[in-house]
Each structure stands twice: as C-alpha cells, then as structure tokens.
Design a protein around this ligand. Structure first.
Ligand code: CTP
Ligand code: MG
Length: 227
C-alpha cells in the first residue's frame, strides 16, 4: 500500500536539556532526524514526506536534507504548540494519499519491515499502531501512594509509526480540534471516535530519544546495525 509519511519534528526537546532542538543533535555526525527520515526515503511505497518544523530550525534542517540527499520531502510545514497541532498541520498539507504513516522525528530506528506490517494492518482495519509488551510492573499512584496495580499482560507501550487511512485520521484530528481534546498520540483521536485500532507488535529498539541517556542507547544501536 502506498503512503505519505508525516514526520513531526517541531518540538523543542525540553527534557533533553540541550541548547537546541534534540532532533538536530548528531549521532556519529548525522543529525537524529535524518536517521528517522532515511527509512522513508528508501521505501519505494513512500510517495512523499511532510516534515513539520519550527521556524527557527528550518534552515538547519533544509541544509541537512540536502547534505544527506533526502529528496522525498514535499513540504516543510510550520508546527504548532503541541505535537497534536503539529501533526494536524502536517495532515492538512497532504495533497493526495490513501494512507498516511505518522512517525516522530525523535524515533530514529524504525525498520522497513515494521512499516510493512503496519500497512498490512491498515488495509484490513484502517488504523494501526506499533506496540511492544510492557516489561515493568505498572501501578497507578497519587500523592506518593499506590492506588492499584495494573494487569501487566494487557499493557502495551505504544510507539510510532502509527498508520491510518487518510480520510479517517483527518476526520479524527478535525473532531479533536472541535472538541478541544488533546491526546498524547494520534491513535487516541481515532479511538474516541469509537473506531478500533489494530496493535502491531514492534521492536524494543524502536526507541524515542527523550532524555540524555537515550543518546547512549542510540550509539549502541547505530554500531550494531552499522547505520
Ligand atoms: N513535536 C512537534 N511539535 C510539538 C511538539 C513535539 O512536532 N509542538 C514532535 C517532536 O519534535 C518529536 C515528536 O513530536 O519528534 C515527539 O515529541 P517529544 O518526544 O515529546 O519531543 P519534544 O516535545 O521536542 O520534547 P520535550 O517534550 O522533552 O520538550
Ligand atoms: Mg513533547
């Protein structure tokens, strides 16, 4: 199934504590967001990339796109206040697509196979996300005391990419905006429309770069895969 990739990259990386957007930090000399784009650049089913950026990062990102020969970026769209707003701006910039794959610029290590698995699920179910089983015990707490222990066997950590038929995810974002709903991922906007979202088992090394120690894990993954 052909698709357009939407890559939100307009955050600030507050939790990383760097002096610039974490996506511009380099792993062995290559900016983080370039790793995240290369999988789409190399996938023949990806018909274009919409990259959502901060105005202050635009020039540096454009230069990196040229340097690393990322040619599929059809638009660099200005991001919004929260991730959800940035994705919505990206979705509105898509000219034509039957399916879209939404993928955080901060997840540099997703592989083609996982995108293929997601798209197969979208063909059947219209909406699908990558996920891995939770390894730790998860509890709900308040005021420093535990309220309850959740049943681990039904808990999943949700990653990006998340893939959808284009009309469905556009409608889900429109509705969320109308209702003033803010979710932490795109699937949650589809879930609240009462629509089922398929879980596609992913890999534990599809990590999101959030805090400084994630850069060490990144170096290990790059070395192992010889990226
Ligand atoms: N993002 C975005 N627009 C925003 C906020 C985030 O496009 N207003 C993007 C980030 O660039 C990142 C992805 O959404 O690729 C996931 O967000 P996160 O990991 O939280 O990155 P930041 O928001 O930049 O980091 P932090 O929350 O620590 O500030
Ligand atoms: Mg954030």
């Amino acid at each position: 199934m052909e698709y357009v990739a939407i890559v939100p990259a307009a955050g600030s990386g507050r939790r990383m504590g760097a002096s610039k957007n974490k996506l511009l930090l380099s792993i062995f000399g290559k900016p983080l967001f370039i790793y995240s784009l290369q999988v789409f650049e190399e996938d023949p089913l990806c018909k274009g990339i919409v990259l959502v950026v901060n105005e202050k990062d635009r020039r540096e990102m454009e230069e990196a796109l040229r340097l690393y020969r990322i040619k599929k970026v059809q638009a660099l769209v200005r991001g919004g206040k929260e991730r959800q707003h940035s994705v919505y701006e990206g979705l509105k910039a898509v000219k034509e697509a039957s399916a879209v794959v939404i993928h955080d610029g901060a997840r540099p290590f997703v592989e083609r196979k996982q995108i293929e698995d997601l798209l197969s699920a979208v063909e059947k179910h219209e909406a699908a996300v990558l996920a891995v089983p939770v390894k730790d015990t998860v509890k709900r707490a308040e005021g420093g005391f535990i309220l309850e222990t959740l049943e681990r066997s039904s808990l999943w950590m949700i990653q990006t990419p998340q893939a959808f038929t284009y009309p469905l995810i556009l409608e889900a974002h429109r509705k969320a905006e109308r209702d003033g709903f803010l979710g932490t991922d795109d699937a949650s906007l589809v879930e609240r429309m009462g629509k089922k979202v398929a879980l596609v088992p992913g890999n534990y090394d599809n990590i999101k770069i959030t805090t400084a120690e994630d850069l060490y894990f990144s170096e290990a993954i790059v070395k192992k895969r010889k990226l």
